[in-house]
Design a protein around this ligand. Structure first.
Ligand code: GCO
Ligand code: MG
Length: 412
């Protein structure tokens, strides 16, 4: 523990000696962290926040790293509390992504010292693999169906499906959105609820007719609907048996989820924009959602996710941790370690990174026949190749923005 008067670390068997932030862009930007101890053991973390990467990197370099030097890497909870509550200005996506990077690296060190993979430290395996989903998208229903079929043929048992909406330019999830765009400004997408609400149920009717009943399907709304629109969509999708409808409402209004529940039995998933456990609480304790899907890289890491999973377990809520391509394989590995250890795992989002990513960050999860697994290597099982990282310098990139047909800003 730290000295109560000075925050100077008390004598520890092992000390943090160096904290290195690595920003790299092997196809997309990642903010990585290496915490190195005086005994040479090190841990790796990920605090990538898509479109605001350097804000996290600066927070780590300028504000957090100096606080970690000399601390005992074993005391993860104390370090978590110290960095979260000890700042006074706490939380939010930037600081909690930075905190996640530290948390992941400290769990990695703990696993390496124990000689155990993280899932083992978290209680051991409750399952052999984490069933996962990926994204099928396209301009037409046929294109989405073909993509979904390719994934099903590769063994995927769950597929997220998004199609272009007639009359709407650059619809979310149809493949144009992500990645660095050089110095250019964000891509603008359009959004109109009426064509969207008409198209999505038709898409799923088409998909069920073509793909049959066995595959699990679902759809990401990306927090764009009003409560009553979301209720309409959830109700209209009922016959197509979605595993869940993802992120239907903005994250601010938890009580609005009651409107969806009152009208539909379509399961609901929510949470990639949450940054801490308190934001998840009302949705879980009121049983307004069925899947909690926070992003480990934005909620302060494994320490916070484990607590959220435990609360969710009490209320029959399963996990579906966010696993987009814009977080590094280190977070994907953390997701899967947790999935393998907790009793209330539901499904895991996973997008295959291009090969350059594994060159920089080897050791991410492995996909086989619809399931993800991690290696039995101690800790998270990932590493950072710093020489390879240098080959891919940071490139400024933005997420798209969204406007209504009349030009008004809407949620992306
Ligand atoms: C998902 C998400 C992502 C986000 C992205 C933003 O469900 O995977 O919605 O696609 O848009 O993580 O950076
Ligand atoms: Mg989403």
């Amino acid at each position: 523990m730290a000295d109560p008067q000075t925050e100077a670390p008390r004598k520890a068997t092992m000390k943090i000696q160096e904290v290195r932030t690595i920003v790299t862009c092997p196809g997309r930007n990642f903010v990585l962290l290496k915490i190195i101890t005086d005994e040479g053991v090190y841990g790796v973390g990920d605090g990538t926040l898509n479109g605001r990467e350097l804000a996290v990197a600066k927070a780590l370099e300028e504000h957090i790293a100096p606080l970690l030097i000399g601390r005992d890497p074993d005391q993860i909870e104390d370090t978590w509390q110290y960095l979260f509550r000890g700042t006074y200005w706490r939380g939010g996506p930037v600081l909690n992504s930075a905190l996640a990077a530290v948390d992941l690296a400290l769990w990695d060190i703990k696993g390496k010292r124990a000689g155990m993979p993280l899932y083992s430290l978290l209680g051991g395996k409750t399952r052999n693999g984490a069933v996962c989903y990926t994204h099928a998208h396209g301009e037409s229903f046929e294109e989405v169906t073909d993509r979904a079929r390719e994934f099903i043929d590769r063994g995927f048992k769950v597929v997220r499906c998004q199609s272009a909406i007639p009359g709407i330019a650059n619809t979310y999830g149809t493949g144009k959105a992500s990645g660095p765009h050089g110095e250019s400004l964000p891509l603008v997408e359009t959004w109109e609820p009426t064509p969207y609400l008409k198209t999505v149920p038709r898409l799923f009717e088409h998909l069920r007719n073509e793909l049959g009943d066995e595959v699990e399907l679902f759809h990401d709304v990306h927090e764009r609907l009003t409560p009553i629109q979301a209720a309409q969509l959830a109700k209209a999708l009922e016959p197509h048996r979605l595993i869940f409808l993802e992120d239907p409402l903005r994250p601010e209004h938890k009580e609005s989820f009651r409107v969806i529940r009152q009208h539909s039995t379509t399961p609901i998933g929510m949470g990639e924009l949450f940054t801490n456990k308190w934001e998840c609480l009302p949705l879980i304790t009121e049983q307004l959602i069925d899947y909690i899907r926070c992003d480990l890289a934005h909620i302060g890491g494994i320490t916070e996710a484990k607590k959220i999973a435990t609360v969710a377990e009490c209320y029959h809520v399963q996990t579906a941790w966010h696993g987009p391509p814009d977080i590094a394989p280190i977070t994907h590995a953390a997701n899967v370690h947790l999935d393998l250890a907790i009793p209330n795992f539901g499904v895991q989002e996973w997008i295959e990174h291009p090969p350059e990513v594994a060159e920089v960050i080897p050791g991410g999860p492995t996909f086989e026949d619809g399931y993800l697994t991690v290696s039995d290597a101690p800790g998270l099982g990932c590493d950072i190749n710093e020489d390879a990282a240098k080959k891919y310098p940071y490139q400024r990139g933005y997420l798209p923005t969204t406007r209504r047909a009349d030009g008004a800003v809407h949620d992306w």
